[in-house]
Design a protein around this ligand. Structure first.
Ligand code: V4E
Length: 235
């Protein structure tokens, strides 16, 4: 399982020009994201983000809690504060196990085990993954609360393992992100350094954290929930 380390930035004409000079455009493509949560937002209030992208399930979870980070590493550096780190789980069985763990104290009574067992008996596991979306999401009381489409241009850079995405959403928000993947137990500091160097090359300076697509979507469509996420320092 890998950890995605990312820094978002606003891409202006000057930064785009530099990016085209120092990176190679690896293509442009379009995808739709559908985000799911319980009606009480039990997942996102724990900083857990479940989505379907291009028909595949993905779960982003915090790597460690803020308290653990403080205990193990002291105060985070400025470079670390400007980046996000999330574990990304893409295996559906692992996703459901994690969701079960995250939702266990929420009071929602779900019967995923029985539901999935019945489907496994009737259809086999592989087929269950395709057939039973409605079943397992509704058994866990998960509903789609956000849906948007993104056009993405991806650039690979000379700096090993760094890539930059430029995203434009169908709700009119554009954002860039510098991303490095770190394998679990891998060198996090090296990833932060690579991101910092790339940001400098692009002229991305300053201490301001730039909002991601989903943050801006929530701000516009679910202002009360957005305010709650801000007040709990999740966004
Ligand atoms: C992790 C997270 C959210 C889920 C979406 O994550 P994000 O990295 O914004 O997705 P995307 O599509 O831009 O990147 P990809 O996965 O394709 O590389 S929504 C909010 N968060 C947390 C979060 C945060 N606390 N701060 C910032 C700046 N971004 C995200």
């Amino acid at each position: 399982m890998s950890i995605e380390v990312e820094r978002k930035f606003v891409c202006n004409a000057n930064r785009l020009k530099i990016l085209e000079e120092i990176g190679a455009c690896a293509g442009q493509f379009q995808f739709q994201d559908r985000y799911f949560d319980t009606p009480q937002f039990d997942l996102t209030l724990k900083d857990v983000w479940l989505r379907q992208r291009k028909g595949c399930w993905e779960l982003k979870c915090p790597t460690i809690t803020d308290k653990e980070a403080e205990e193990t590493q002291g105060e985070p550096s400025k470079a670390a504060m400007l980046c996000t780190r999330y574990k990304e789980i893409t295996d559906l069985t692992d996703i459901r196990l994690k969701l079960k763990e995250v939702l266990k104290d929420t009071g929602d009574k779900f019967s995923m085990t029985e539901c999935c067992q019945t489907l496994t008996d009737h259809h086999g596991l592989a087929e269950m993954n395709c057939v039973s979306e409605e079943c397992w999401t509704s058994a866990m009381n998960l509903v789609c609360f956000a849906e948007f489409t993104t056009v993405r241009r991806t650039f690979t850079l000379e700096e090993d393992g760094v890539h930059v995405d430029l995203d434009e959403t169908d709700f009119g928000y554009a954002v860039g992100e510098i991303e490095v993947l770190v394998s679990e137990g891998g060198d996090m500091q090296a990833a932060l350094d690579k991101i910092e160097r790339t940001a400098k090359k692009l002229g991305v300076t300053g201490d301001q954290v730039v909002g991601g697509k989903m943050s801006v979507y929530l701000q516009r469509n679910y202002p009360a929930h957005y305010a709650r996420l801000l007040s709990q320092h999740i966004l």
